[in-house]
Design a protein around this ligand. Structure first.
Ligand code: TRP
Ligand code: ZN
Length: 474
């Protein structure tokens, strides 16, 4: 007997020791104090119910069957039925645990092949397995669910999640909209791989992340599309958009396979800017290092949610894909997708980098220098509202306010001037290498800036990120 175990046995009462040695009758384990419920959130103060405690999802396999809204005057409602097969690793001994699920109804849940009991509250699917789940032991959870799909909105009232249209669905879930279409640990700190099988009425195309894992198959008027996304991904970046898209596949100059899906009504203007994708990939690889994923491409839908989103490997555009926006969403693949915010308060690291990338792309194209864009921005008067936001803590209602983008970009430009080009571009590449595949915080960014530059930058970042006033001296 290993001495560690012997000591443990000596320390315990004999009945408990017998359980430890010979396996537990279920009653004894149920009473065991270390099996506790996983928490209902990942601990992000902006979205307390987003994500969950006690589990780390390794892989989502989503088998979806979807019918869009019928023609007018029928209500704008679709029907989604899904089976989510979720491989997860418990990070604690669990008596029960949660997944996020909103607006859809779970009808069956199994854990490790055994039926589990479950209840639903507004954002939470609470799962109680018949057998307790042990920390570290990979466990498969299968959730069968479904319901009517509508037009969900985020905390600010913007459309997001599974947005139902007459000819499909626009699926863009930042920051916490994934729960409107699958049971999920919906926080960037839990990245996972994904595979998809999406069945839609024949004639429609379902486009998800990554690459097709086989040719689409059609049976009885329904077509199933197969996708595999093997690069770790935050849930808000998953998509499964559906439409009557025209598909364009090619290989970019850097070798990345491209899969574009464009609504036929939008084939004019957007495709002109999408054609720059290949050059942009080469340009951003020069700045940020190798493109981090197995594929790229765009979804351009004729319907609109009113913004674009950097859905991983497959950026989403509503109606237009202007050049600046195409550059912005592509740059997000490194800055936001590969390196993701650790907390939603860190959103300026996404939007500041993506906007600064637009500035650098415009300079590369000979339109305007990054310095000129910075000077223009700094021409905004000191009493303007633009300066009244703490960009490194904008609040849950402030995630997508203008200063998060533009002051974020200006911060990066000012930093570049402060530490010099060599240190700045070493910082960007080290940032992506060190934090790629995971998440990083503003504190991580400040620490790395100081490490790489050898400069003390506390005042600099205080002025730019934490002071709700126009920067004057830094
Ligand atoms: N992250 C998107 C981008 O900048 C923007 C975004 C997501 C957004 N949700 C939003 C903008 C809601 C406005 C409202 O590429
Ligand atoms: Zn953005």
């Amino acid at each position: 007997m290993p001495s560690r175990l012997r000591n443990a046995l000596l320390a315990l009462g004999s009945a408990v020791a017998a359980v430890a040695l010979f396996g537990a009758p279920s009653v004894a384990v149920a009473a065991s104090p270390e099996y506790i419920p996983g928490s209902d959130g990942a601990g992000d103060p902006y979205f307390p119910l987003a994500g969950n405690g006690g589990t780390d999802v390794v892989h989502y396999d989503l088998d979806l069957d979807y019918t869009p809204a019928p023609p007018e005057p029928a209500p704008l409602e679709g029907r989604l039925d899904g089976v989510a097969t979720i491989d997860l690793i418990p990070t604690q001994d669990l008596s029960r645990f949660n997944l996020d699920l909103r607006g859809l109804t779970a009808t069956e849940v199994t854990v490790a092949g055994k039926p589990a009991t479950f209840t639903q509250t507004s954002n939470e699917l609470v799962i109680t397995p018949t057998k307790k789940v042990k920390a570290g032991k990979k466990t498969q959870v299968v959730v069968t669910y479904g319901g009517t799909t509508t037009q969900p909105t985020d905390i600010e009232g913007a459309l997001y999640g599974w947005v139902t249209t007459r000819d499909g669905a626009m699926v863009v879930s930042e920051p916490d909209g994934s729960a409107t279409w699958f049971p999920v640990n919906d926080h960037p700190t839990d990245k996972s791989t994904y595979s998809f099988e999406i069945t839609v009425p024949e004639g429609l195309v379902a486009v998800a992340n990554g690459l097709p894992s086989g040719p689409a198959t059609t049976v009885d008027g329904k077509t199933t599309w197969y996708w595999d996304a093997p690069d770790p991904m935050a849930a808000y970046l998953a998509t499964a958009s559906v439409g009557d898209y025209v598909v364009n596949e090619y290989v970019a100059a850097n070798g990345t396979p491209i899969f574009d899906a464009v609504d036929p009504a939008r084939l004019g203007d957007p495709s002109a800017s999408l054609a720059l994708t290949s050059d942009m990939l080469v340009f951003f690889e020069g700045l940020y290092g190798p493109y981090p994923f197995n594929s790229y491409g765009a979804i351009v839908d004729d319907d609109t949610v009113g913004y674009a989103l950097e859905t991983q490997t497959r950026s989403f555009f509503s109606r237009t894909a202007r050049e600046g926006t195409v550059a912005h969403e592509l740059a997000h693949q490194w800055m936001g997708d590969h390196v993701s915010p650790n907390r939603w308060a860190d959103i300026w690291l996404n939007e500041g980098w993506a906007t600064y990338s637009q500035w650098m792309w415009a300079e590369h194209r000979g339109v305007d220098t990054a310095q000129a864009a910075f000077d223009d921005y700094l021409a905004i008067p000191a009493d303007d509202e633009e300066w009244a936001l703490v960009v490194a803590d904008p609040g849950p209602l402030g995630l997508f306010l203008n200063p998060v983008y533009d002051r974020g970009a200006a911060t990066l430009h000012a930093l570049r001037v402060e530490i010099g080009d060599d240190a700045f571009f070493e910082l960007t590449q080290t940032w992506v290498e060190r934090f790629g595949g995971g998440t990083a915080s503003t504190a991580d960014f400040i620490a790395l800036s100081e490490e790489v530059s050898g400069q003390e930058l506390e005042t600099f970042f205080d002025v730019w990120l934490y002071t709700p006033e126009k920067p004057v001296i830094w």
